[in-house]
Design a protein. Sequence first.
Length: 652
Amino acid sequence: MIHSFKLKNHLRLTQDNIIMPKYIQSQTRKMLTAYGGVGSILETSKGALIVEEFDKWKFFADGSRIFDQDEFIIEDNRLLKRLQVHFKQLQKFVRVPTNIANPYIQNDSVPLETKRIASAKYFPEWMYCPNCERFRNIKDWWRGWHQTLQKLNEPNAGEKFIKPKCYHCFEEAKAKNKKKKYYELEQVRFIMTAPNGAIRDLPWENWNRAEKNVKEEDADGGNIRIDWAEKCCDNQDLRYLRSETFADLAGIRVKCMNKGCKANGREVTLAGLFGLRIGKDKEKQFKPVIRTSNSVYYPLCINSIYLPKKNQEIKQDDKATIRNLLASGVSKEIIYTTFQNRYDKQTIDDFCDERDEATFEAEIQYRLKEYKFILEHPNYKEEQNSNLTYENQLIDILSEYGISTLIKVKRLKLTTVQTAFTRQEPFDKDLFIREGDNQTPVKIKYTSSQAVNTNYLLATESFGEGIFIDLDKTKVDEWFYKHYHNTPAFRERIDILQERISLSEIIQNNKFLDNRHLTKFVLVHTLSHLLVKELEFLCGYAATSLNERLFVDSDNMQGLLLYTVAGSEGSYGGIITQSDPTSFKKILESALFRSNDCASDPVCYHSDGQGIGGMNLAACYSCSLLPETSCEEFNSFLDRALLIDKDFGFFT
C-alpha cells in the first residue's frame, strides 16, 4: 500500500508566500516499522526527508473525526494494557492512514485523500549544486529561487522548486538560452546526532575556519576546534568542491568565494570530519555520522501476536462507559441490559469483577502466553475471523536434531506499535516500559509531541505466515548443564557475555534471568539467524522479507517463529511450503553445514567480541548477522560456536 506525505511548509519566504504543497509517495511500512517512522530519514525521489511527530500530521488535525471511526482503530487490548504502564493516558491504537494516488490527476502523485497524509521536511538542509558547486542552506536556496523567478516573470515558483534546484544555473541558462535549465541540488551525506535523540546539520557555515588535530581539552571533546564567534564573512558564498582525484573525505573541500572574506579564500577538507564533537555534556554531545547509517535511528517497536480470548473483548470506549456506570452505583444487571447486544453476560461480569489497572508485564511473561497457546493448540483454526491457523507437523525425522515441535503457521495476525526511537544506541524494550530513560545516557524521543501523555499511538496490523520451531527442553537442559559445569571454554563464552551485559547502560541488567536463560537465548537466536540466511541462500527469499520472534526463558521456552507478512517476498504460501519436515530438514542441515565455513574465519570464530557492546562472539555479516529490520535484538547475542563447535556445540 502506498502512503502519501507532504513536505512541511518551512520552505517558505514569507507568511503570504508559501510554496504549493508537493506530495511524495512512500510505502506504508516505512511510516511505522523497523524500516522507518517518526524521526527517521527517508530517501525519496524528491530528496531526503525527516518524518515529523505523528500528531503534527494533517491526518490528526481533526481528532474527533478520526478516532470515532472504527476503520482507523486497531483493537488489541492485551498490548494496550501492557503499554499503559508507561503511557498512563493511552486510550487507543490508531492505524497508519493508507492512501493511493488520485487516478484523475496525472502530475506528481496527488493523493486521493488529501487529509490522510503525513508530514515531513527536508533534512539535511544543506545542499550543493553539482554544476556550479554553490553550497547553501535550503532556506537560502528557496529565497534565491523565488527572487529569481519573480525577476524573470516565471510562474509557479513553488511547484518548480521541488526537487530543490539551483537558481544561479537556471538564470544563466535562461540568459544564454541553454537547453538544460534545471540543475537539481544534492544534499550532503553527513549529519550529526546526539545520545539524547537530537539531530542537526554540521556547522558548514563555520567549517572553513576549522582547526584540526588540536588537543581534546581545547575542543568540545574531539580533535577539531571551530571558531563559533562569527562566520568568515557577512556575505558568505560557500562552495562544496569535490576532487576527481581523491575519493575519500580529503577530496571534499569547503571554501568561501566572497572577495571580502576574512578567511582569504581558505579551504578546508573534510578529512578528520568524524573527529568533530559539539558540546561538553555527554548526553547532548553531537558527533558526525553518514545520514544512511543504522545508528541514526533505532525504533522502539513493540509487537504482539493476536491471541483469541475465551470471552469477547470489550472495546476501550465501552470500558470507560461501564466504569462510569459502576462509579455512579449502577447495578451489573442494568449494565448488562445496556450492552447485551454487544457482549454476553459473562464477559461483562468478568470485566466488572477484575481490577483493570495497568501493571508491568515483562516481555518474557507476555510471550509465554503466546508460546503456550501455540503449543496447546498446534492445529488451531479460527473460524470466525480467520486471524490464526496452525497445522502441526510430524517431526520423526527431526527428533535427532533436538527439535520437539514443528508447526506450519498458515495465518497469523501481528500488531506493531512504534512507541519511541533512539539515536546512536538501541534501547531495551522492558527497560523502556518499566523505567524509561532516567538512568541511562541514551535518551528516548517519542513519536508524539505529547510524549508519555499521548492518548494515541500509531500502529499497524499485519497478516502473514510462518514456521514455528521448538527445541526439545530436556536435550537443551542436558546440553547446558553438561558443558557449563564441565567445559571451561563453553562457560567462559557465557561468562563473557554476562559480564558485558552487567556493564551495559542500555540493556536491562535482569534481561536474562540466569546463565541458563542467556545460553538458551544465544542458542535459539543464532539458530534463527542461520535459518533465515539459509532460506535466502537455498530458497531465494530476501532476508529483509523475513522476521523472527523468539520465545526463550530459563525454565519453559526454547522456541522461535520465523514469519513474513503480506506484501513481502516469500508471503502467500512461499514460506509455509518450507515447513514440511523433509524440506525443513534439508534447510536445517544446509544451514549448520554452511555455518562451519565463514568467509571471515578464523578471525570471526575466535573473536572475543563483536557488534554493539561486544555482545556477539562468533558472528559476523558473512555468517550470522541479518539486516537490522529482520532481527529483534539489533544483531546482538549471537554465537555460532554454541551450535557447531566440535567440543560443546548443541548440534554436534
